[in-house]
Design a protein around this ligand. Sequence first.
Ligand code: KMT
Ligand code: NI
Length: 174
Amino acid sequence: MRAYEYDTDDTKDQREDHDSGVAVSVAELERIGVISHHFSSVDDVNSLALERGYKNRDEITVSPAALGDVYETKVKVFFNEHIHEDEEIRYILDGEGFFDVRSNDDRWLRIRLVKGDLIILPAGIYHRFTTDNKNYVKAMRLFKEEPKWTPLNRGPEVDENNFRKSYVQFLAGV
Ligand code: KMT
Ligand code: NI
């Protein structure tokens, strides 16, 4: 895992690094509720899943080979800024990708994940995902119960969502 402030150069594809050169620390990510681990064995993922009460999981490959014609569309959909009403845990099985999360003052922080990296995004955090310019990631998605991965795209309505509001309260230290 390596995190940095995203350079908002819209002339570049979302899959480019967009590295502003300003590093973001693990502590800064923890302050916004984002936790990361590096697990070389899936046994460690199993322990974490057990500890946090996760019962379900699936695997997704995001690549032109796996998704064919819909790859480009999928990659754009994942890159729409959204929240979920549950934690999002992702474990990178192969390849690499970027999760962008909003800082507490609404800047984009880019988190680069490679094989063995695991990330926990809290419910209600605005975020987005993209592959990098290698166009290949294989990830495990973990769920507590039923998959609740419906993305709620950012907008005035979602700003009023109860999961969003709880997260905003967490940021404010309430
Ligand atoms: C999400 O919610 O944005 C995703 O699950 C992205 C695909 S998983 C690598
Ligand atoms: Ni998401």
